[in-house]
Design a protein around this ligand. Structure first.
Ligand code: GAL
Length: 366
């Protein structure tokens, strides 16, 4: 079920909205009157995210996007939906958003290749579509981190941590997620040239930690734990499942092999500091959410879309879609402080809870 509509202009801040801001919106509306995607007095922007098991969506993408839209357009409404990894549900949510009057859809598809029909429905209703984080070839705009580089960075870190020898298990993301294929291709481009051997490879149908745990538990009945010298996990959620399976299978927490991840989830940063995960990929989500909000508001108001975003990213072409591509960052124990903490993505208090206080201290985080 869709969550209730959040009327941003009414979040108790009416008195803060300056006359200037109001007249700016009014002027834009007037200029764009009759424009297909704009010219609306109260533009509605739909944010449609794929799932909520990965913490980034509810903890970062959604609140950051809503905040930025509110900042840029006091009269804009944001309607939010999560698809819970269900493609049919997402398709219904798109229809609902359109019927609620959304003239811009910021769509992070469960299935990128299958989302063309949703874009068509939006276009039929004169609404624009921004493919958010995952490519939809039919979309009007696309924005994401450089996903192939993400896969390369993960694999390079893993090969290095393993001294370029030994065996790994490889856990990829959901085949329906176009990013998963890009992470996988990037990782293979490094692994296939290395001396590391892939024992078994698994495409996790929904990215879930539970499936990752089950897969590795099954592998432990096929291989001895000491034959598994490293694990490529495409994201932190799966890395968590891998750690649970290995420790559940008798591997001591301080004897875990190098394990990769992605998303810089709090639990992953804690594992990295505790020596239970070797790295993660930090995607500074504010840059992505803010750019999406900026483009969405411009489209909703019928304004020109910036060729260079306020976040400093130049438009480029990715598979013939006008795109904004951001740079991912590797995080290991050595740079937690200089990355996620320095950026204010997390405070020390978020990370240094209970049993992790000591590891934080050792890493100079307080
Ligand atoms: C990808 C996304 C990643 C991550 C993954 C699931 O599409 O780019 O950041 O959320 O899904 O962890």
């Amino acid at each position: 079920m869709p969550r209730p509509t959040l009327r941003l202009a009414a979040v108790g801040v009416a008195f803060l909205i300056s006359a200037g801001a109001l007249s700016a919106c009014g002027a834009n509306d007037a200029q764009s009157g009759g424009d297909s995607a704009g010219g609306n007095d109260n533009p509605t922007i739909a944010l449609l995210l794929p799932e909520s098991k990965t913490t980034r969506y509810e903890a970062f993408d959604r609140p950051l996007f809503e905040k930025k839209v509110a900042e840029l357009c006091a009269d804009c409404n944001v309607v939010y939906y999560t698809a819970d990894q269900d493609e049919a549900k997402q398709s219904q949510q798109v229809d609902t958003a359109i019927s609620e009057g959304a003239n811009v859809l910021v769509l992070d598809p469960v299935n990128g290749a299958g989302a063309g029909g949703m874009v068509q429905s939006a276009h039929d209703a004169d609404a624009k579509v921004i493919a958010y984080d995952r490519l939809i070839k039919e979309a009007d705009y696309y924005m994401s981190f450089d996903n192939e580089t993400v896969g390369k960075m993960q694999a390079e870190a893993l090969v290095e941590a393993m001294g370029d020898k030994g065996n790994i298990l490889m856990l990829n993301g959901a085949p329906s997620d176009p990013n998963a294929a890009q992470f996988k291709a990037g990782a293979h481009s490094v692994l296939d040239k290395s001396n590391v051997k892939i024992l078994e490879e698994y495409d996790n149908p929904d990215w879930s930690p539970e499936n990752a745990q089950t897969f590795v538990t099954d592998m432990l009945s096929k291989y001895d734990a000491d034959q598994i010298n490293g694990v490529y996990a495409a994201n932190d959620g799966q890395a968590g499942g891998v750690v649970a399976a290995l420790t559940g299978g008798g591997v001591a927490a301080d004897a875990l092999p190098p394990i990769t991840g992605q998303d810089a989830e709090v639990a992953a940063i804690q594992r990295i500091l505790a020596g239970e995960q070797s790295m993660t990929i930090y995607k500074p989500i504010p840059i992505e959410a803010d750019t999406a909000a900026e483009v969405a508001v411009a489209l909703a108001k019928g304004d020109d879309v910036p060729t260079k975003s306020a976040t400093g990213i130049e438009q480029s072409d990715y598979e013939d879609v006008t795109s904004y591509i951001f740079t991912p960052i590797v995080v290991t124990k050595d740079n937690v402080k200089d990355t996620v903490i320095a950026d204010g993505f997390y405070t020390a208090a978020d990370i240094c809870t209970g049993e992790y206080a000591k590891a934080c201290q050792a890493a100079g985080i307080s």
